[in-house]
Design a protein around this ligand. Structure first.
Ligand SMILES: [Zn+2]
Length: 270
């Protein structure tokens, strides 16, 4: 079985000390503890096995996860290194965290065309009530971009993701009559007055491009951000500015969003 290329990527996330992920024992140690194997047989899911004597873990992943973006890699590695005690499993934060990582991984797999095991039907109209944020109305942004760059031809629903989620993604869902429809989910962190207009437009434009230029398979590899995709990105004049803005500001916005959500949860408990 081929070794995955990202075996040596250590998770960098000092923020997540309390989230249930096992402490990183220095980047050198992780390689010894975690081995990643790409399986041809595994299609829709991934798994981890632990040797309880040595503490070594083997993460087996499908080919669709062999070379994902950094965020997905980090989620996979953190997921694989989570403690496996019964006590951890009963901890709500642990369960919540695990679910979030799995959601990030699944969303990526879906964006590569790997269907979920069970696809539940949903009335897409419910998403129409999830477009208005505190600052930005996603429907307005979507329609403006659709008119300006896609001749109004992109048909998709769009909604805000969780307030402290940094993941944006595009998926295909199925309505009650069995018809597929597109759904774009935008990172809730972007619904902030600190996010400049060009940034949220750049992000929505990127997700719309995924519908306009769907992934294709070249030599049994999924090409998601291919050359045509990259060329189309350049048509949005603030694209590079958005990327740079995200690189410089995202971590801070995310940190604040996480803190806010935590505070709100505490307040709700009282
Ligand atoms: Zn993308």
């Amino acid at each position: 079985m081929p070794q995955s290329s990202y075996k040596s990527t250590p998770p960098r996330d000092p923020e997540n000390r309390h989230t249930g992920a096992a402490p990183a024992r220095g980047s050198a140690g992780l390689d010894d503890l975690l081995e990643i194997v790409v399986s041809k047989r595994l299609k829709k899911t991934w798994r981890v096995e632990v040797n309880f004597k040595t503490g070594e873990r083997v993460l087996t992943i499908p080919e669709a996860l062999a070379d994902p973006p950094q965020e997905v890699k980090d989620s996979l590695i953190r997921w694989a290194m989570m403690p496996m005690t019964r006590r951890a499993r009963r901890n709500a934060e642990f369960v919540n965290n695990k679910r979030k990582m799995e959601e990030t991984i699944r969303a990526y797999m879906e964006s590569c065309g790997v269907a979920r095991e069970r696809k539940s039907r949903v009335n897409p109209k419910i998403f129409d009530h999830q477009t208005k944020g505190f600052v930005y109305d996603l429907r307005e942004i979507f329609d403006t971009l659709n008119r300006g760059y896609f001749n109004g031809e992109i048909k998709s629903y769009i909604r805000w993701g969780q307030a402290d989620s940094r993941t944006s993604y595009q998926t295909t869902r199925v309505d009650n009559d069995g018809n597929p429809f597109h759904l774009i989910t935008v990172s809730g962190v972007y619904d902030s007055p600190q996010v400049p207009q060009y940034a949220i437009y750049g992000l929505v434009y990127h997700e719309m491009l995924h519908i306009a230029i769907p992934p294709r398979t070249v030599n049994s590899r999924r090409v998601i951000h291919g050359r045509d995709f990259k060329a189309a990105e350049k048509k949005f004049p603030f694209y590079d500015q958005w990327i740079e803005w995200e690189r410089e500001n995202m971590w801070r916005l995310l940190k604040n969003a996480k803190r806010r959500v935590k505070r709100a949860k505490k307040a709700a408990k009282r």
